[in-house]
Design a protein around this ligand. Structure first.
Ligand SMILES: C[S@@+](CC[C@H](N)C(=O)[O-])C[C@H]1O[C@@H](n2cnc3c(N)ncnc32)[C@H](O)[C@@H]1O
Length: 369
């Protein structure tokens, strides 16, 4: 999945992450002041960035943290090196991450003694650092991904829109266990007074923009692009839990910040107001933006749905006599059709009028007690 999260698709997440630079920086500065009061202000400051992806959001975030550490150096006991462990799955595009953070404009460009970037390529539901070694953990737009998917949603792609009670119940239980594991592991890794800053995405009732995503593979099955079996097995492995469910197991909660996400609607309004284009063209661009964004995070998963469909067709004799190049073409054609269908569903569910995403992003600051 890491590779599918490209720079084109990430801009709304990056915009949201930018809102929270000050929240993250203030949290860390409080931790470091506390550490100084306890007479411990030597050595590097360690941060863990869970689910970093290509690092486009992380870079700005860590640059803000680094700047805050320099501005507050007298309160935190002098210059300390910021060391960041960027974490993602092994399949992440690590070269792109390091090219970003170590680039001349990247937060780690100066190297020691000011800042350094490291990586940990394994699931965040395993230990990432020694006991009581981290000052800060951030997890932006990542902890809603399922580490384990208990069973597919039988009626569509998206958890919030599914009416498959047994599957959604099973997913909820798994996700709650994953969250507890995440907190337990990070709690062991944080220094006393260390902070976790984590973003959480919630959709409005009905699923917001995801209502359009939910049905895409079913529509493709109706139109003969994929088999019914593929449609009933394909699911996007993320759970946007309601806040009430999320908050229950969490103690030491310091702040909740909420941002409504209207970034594409804002772009539409700006294009029309500035005269850059007329309403019709701006509407087309609005739906193109939504599509491109979905493509950024979904491409890897959509490709695997279509590859599975080809394998099923081959196994049932549907691709008999076809060579691997044909199968690759069939996968590519299926992926292309997925986005054509998605665009159609987006236009339909929005009534061909630009609107908000129906997604809220929250950020929690949790202090280790
Ligand atoms: C939507 S991207 C967010 C990237 C970045 N943090 C941001 O805010 O723009 C989600 C990232 O989480 C990673 N991810 C998903 N499950 C993970 C897991 N179990 N352990 C580590 N990373 C994971 C994905 O590979 C992906 O790169």
């Amino acid at each position: 999945m890491g590779k599918s999260y490209n720079k084109d698709g990430s801009h709304w997440q990056q915009a949201a992450a930018r809102l929270w630079h000050s929240v993250v920086s203030e949290g860390l500065i409080k931790t470091l002041k506390g550490e100084r009061q306890r007479g411990n202000n030597l050595g590097p400051v360690w941060a863990l960035d869970c689910g970093c992806g290509h690092g486009k959001a992380s870079d700005g975030m860590m640059a803000a943290v680094h700047k805050a550490m320099q501005e507050h150096r007298h309160e935190i006991g002098g210059h300390r090196c910021l060391c960041v462990i960027h974490n993602d799955l092994p399949s992440n595009h690590w070269a792109e991450l390091f090219n970003t953070v170590n680039a001349p404009a990247g937060y780690a460009a100066g190297g020691p003694p000011t800042a350094m970037a490291f990586a940990s390529g394994k699931t965040m539901y395993e230990r990432q650092a020694p006991d009581e070694s981290l000052h800060l953990v951030v997890a932006f737009n990542s902890i809603h991904w399922m580490d384990h998917q208990p069973r597919p949603l039988s009626d569509g792609l998206v958890f919030q829109c599914s009416t498959d009670k047994e599957a959604t119940q099973a997913w909820l239980q798994v996700k709650q266990r994953e969250l507890e594991t995440f907190l337990r592991l990070r709690s062991a890794e944080l220094v006393p007074g260390g902070r976790i800053v984590v973003s959480w995405v919630e959709t409005k009732e009905g699923g917001g923009v995801f209502k359009a995503v939910h049905n895409v593979v079913n529509v493709m099955a109706d139109e003969g692009w994929v088999s019914r079996e593929t449609a009933s097995k394909a699911s996007l492995p993320f759970v946007f839990l309601p806040m009430s469910t999320l908050l229950q197991p969490w103690e030491g909660l310091e702040a909740i910040w909420t941002a409504d996400n209207e970034v594409f609607l804002h772009a539409y309004n700006t294009r029309v107001a500035s005269g850059q284009c007329d309403e019709g063209k701006a509407t087309e661009m609005f739906f193109d933006d939504l599509m491109l964004s979905a493509r950024g995070w979904a491409e890897g998963m959509v490709t695997s749905f279509m590859a599975d469909d080809c394998k099923r067709a081959a196994a049932s004799g549907g691709l008999e006599g076809h060579n691997p190049a044909d199968a690759a073409d069939a996968v590519a054609a299926g992926v292309k059709q997925f986005y054509v269908t998605l665009r159609g569903e987006l236009v339909r569910s929005y009534g061909n009028r630009p609107g908000p995403l129906g997604i809220k992003s929250h950020v929690f600051v949790i202090r280790k007690i």
